[in-house]
Design a protein around this ligand. Structure first.
Ligand code: RUQ
Ligand code: CUA
Length: 654
């Protein structure tokens, strides 16, 4: 460090200390904090816990990753919509059904928006929902096990982007279609898009035990439905969806869908929808979609095909939907913690448009309409307007809130986060992001109770922030301390895939419910065995089932003979361990799918088809004890059509 920089640093530190001691603005400077100061804020000493969990979507990875805040440490990648050979997700027999859809088995999807379940509008740590964008689905992750336990497909939808935002008491998670399509799907000219294609908004009912079911869909005009958030408090009972392409164009959308000054936020009265359903004012449509459920008792997933969905048509349901004109191609729609303000982030606009829920109700009451579209009243723009945030940023995308009446909006084009005051619409602070920020997350920042200590900016472009790793750099997250007046950048950390959105929650809400193992006596897997005495090998034609156990540090059986080329060999492996964090792995040479990683008390099944005669080793892939490297075995494979004797053993007993 040269002398000048050193001197500047000292002056800077002194200024900071002075400011702190007068109890004034802790950091008047917009520049980065002193490195030591920032380091202290994110430092979580070895053995200590982070204060928050952060759940980030994997974007094109299809998964969810779990981080600690403020450290930015990666704790886990939860497989959801994409196969994961590390955890056998989509490879073992138990979880293959989770990735079944009406299009067949799909090994990949694009996951965008994680959303925590809520009670009274506050994240409650029971479940995390996330959307599949490409082949429309919603997944539910159980936050006691951090495992995906249910996936439901959404018929009549295409590009499930505005999803899965929850209502205040997790009555529903919603799903708006990005692409409008013919509903029901049919062979039709693309040029007939305008006026004929439809956009389905789905309301997925969440039962008390978390099970998902499509309660109803609303068939909207053929716009693109981009994002959503539900009301809170007074506005509970309503869900708001942004739309763009109200031009109803089917080609070159960058031009054609950018013509209108204003598109719409669709305000849906879902409590009224429930009434229309109860009164039978709906159409039951035939459509085939799948629901996959993982049962913790049997430790198996099953798929079922559902055939009907209830559809509401706005033109037949007065009062169900209103349009709020909003400049300009609005992307995010975010509701402040009080539920009064609905913020439209017009991505082609410099300003934010804030609607008032109270004014919206009055405008509806007074029928203050400026237009009607496909039977849906368009409310007068001025009648619902609460205020405009004149930000001078460019490309606003998303807004989150803290618990002090402030809002934070990301600006993609100008690469910054802007802090503004809810109610006065005054810009209070701005901080650059590196680079091109998409979503942002404040723990609880889209709920009634933000824990407004940190803000995470989720950036789309990384460029020079990290050591180069070839053409592809991981996306980067940036952590800001927002506890003071000014936002302070305190950490950069790389992410897995592309975290579009994220959710954060205080660690204590989740950690005490976290499961440490599966109890053996609660293992009702049809192929589980409870002790080494029960291990066996059973042949049924060319299907061979090997009932195996693991415990430190051996497999039982570990010598198996009698397998033939052409057999289908199922390893049903039960991990007999009953200790926290002692999984065993399993791999066979030449296996065609993945390893297994079996949690304590769990049973998993791997299918293997031996192609050659020989003696094939298998071993444990997870370093489980000092004798992990001894945890191995052999399978003898005999010729196709031969009649070898079936034999198995471990140690001396047979
Ligand atoms: S978004 S492109 Cu959530 Cu801003 Cu997906
Ligand atoms: Cu079991 Cu290594």
């Amino acid at each position: 460090m040269n002398l000048k920089r050193f001197r500047n640093l000292i002056v800077f530190s002194l200024t900071l200390m002075l400011m702190a001691s007068c109890g004034g603005d802790k950091n008047g400077s917009k520049g980065p904090l002193g490195a030591g100061d920032a380091a202290q804020k994110v430092y979580v000493a070895p053995g200590e816990y982070d204060e928050f969990y952060a759940f980030m979507s994997g974007g094109f990875s299809g998964q969810v990753s779990v981080y600690g805040l403020p450290s930015g440490r990666l704790f886990k990648v939860i497989p959801v919509f994409s196969v994961d050979a590390e955890k056998a997700w989509g490879f073992n027999e138990e979880t293959k059904p989770m990735l079944e859809t009406s299009h067949g088995f799909l090994p990949w999807d694009d996951s965008h928006h994680p959303e925590l379940s809520q009670t009274d509008g506050i994240p409650d740590g029971r479940w995390l929902f996330i959307n599949a964008n490409n082949t429309p689905r919603i997944a539910r992750i159980d936050l006691t096990t951090f495992e995906t336990v249910e996936i439901i497909e959404l018929p009549n939808s295409a590009g499930n982007h505005s999803s899965p935002f929850t209502t205040e008491n997790t009555e529903y998670v919603v799903a708006g279609t990005r692409f409008s399509v013919p509903v029901p799907q049919k062979d039709m000219a693309i040029s007939e898009y305008a006026g004929n294609y439809k956009g389905a908004l789905s309301f997925v009912k969440i039962a008390d035990d978390g099970r998902m079911d499509i309660a109803f869909q609303i068939l909207m005009p053929g716009y693109n439905y981009d994002l959503a958030h539900s009301g809170k408090g007074e506005s509970d009972g309503w869900t708001f969806f942004t739309s763009y392409n109200t031009e109803e164009s089917n080609t070159l959308l960058e031009v054609e869908a950018s013509k209108h000054d204003k598109d719409f936020i669709a305000a849906v009265n879902w409590k009224l929808a429930e009434q229309f359903i109860a009164e039978g004012n709906y159409e039951e449509m035939n459509s085939s979609y799948m629901r996959n459920y993982y049962d913790e008792g049997t430790q198996m997933a099953t798929s079922e095909t559902l055939n009907k969905v209830k559809v509401l048509k706005p033109e037949d349901c007065p009062g169900l939907v209103y349009f709020l004109p909003t400049p300009k191609s609005p992307h995010g729609v975010d509701v402040d913690p009080t539920g009064e303000y609905i913020v439209g982030n017009g991505k082609l606009s410099a300003d934010l448009t804030v609607h008032s829920f109270t004014k919206m109700k009055a405008a509806i009451e007074n029928e203050d309409f400026e237009d009607e579209k496909y039977g849906i009243p368009v409310l007068n723009f001025d009648a619902t307007l609460a205020g405009v945030v004149k930000s001078t940023g460019l490309g606003p995308l998303h807004t989150e809130f803290d618990n002090n009446g402030n809002a934070y909006t990301t600006f993609f084009i100008s690469s910054e986060v802007i802090k503004w005051k809810v109610g006065t619409w005054e810009v209070l602070d701005r901080a650059p992001t590196y680079y091109s920020v998409g979503h942002l997350m404040v723990p609880g920042g889209d709920s009634r109770q933000p824990w407004g200590k940190y803000l995470v900016a989720l950036n789309k472009i990384t460029k020079d922030r990290y050591l180069p790793t070839g053409p592809e750099l991981n996306q980067s997250a940036q952590l800001f301390d927002i506890s003071g007046d000014k936002m302070q950048l305190i950490l950069d950390f790389p992410t897995v895939g592309e975290p579009h959105y994220a959710q954060g929650i205080p660690a204590e809400v989740i950690m005490n419910n976290s499961k440490q193992l599966y109890k053996l006596e609660e293992n009702h897997h049809p192929h589980a065995i409870m002790s080494e005495e029960d291990t066996k090998v059973v042949r049924e034609g060319n299907v061979v089932r090997i009932y195996m156990t693991t415990i430190r540090s051996h497999f039982a059986p570990d010598n198996i003979e009698g397998i033939k080329v052409g057999d289908e060999v199922y390893f049903h492996i039960t991990n007999l361990e009953q200790d926290f964090d002692v999984p065993h792995g399993f791999a066979v040479m030449g296996m065609q799918n993945s390893e297994l990683l079996i949690m304590p008390g769990q049973t998993e099944t791997l299918l293997w088809k031996p192609l050659f005669e020989g003696v094939i080793p298998f071993y444990c892939t997870d370093f489980c004890s000092a004798l992990h490297q001894e945890m191995q075995g052999y399978i003898r494979v005999s010729a196709r059509g031969s009649s070898p004797e079936m034999k198995w053993n471990v140690g001396n007993y047979e």
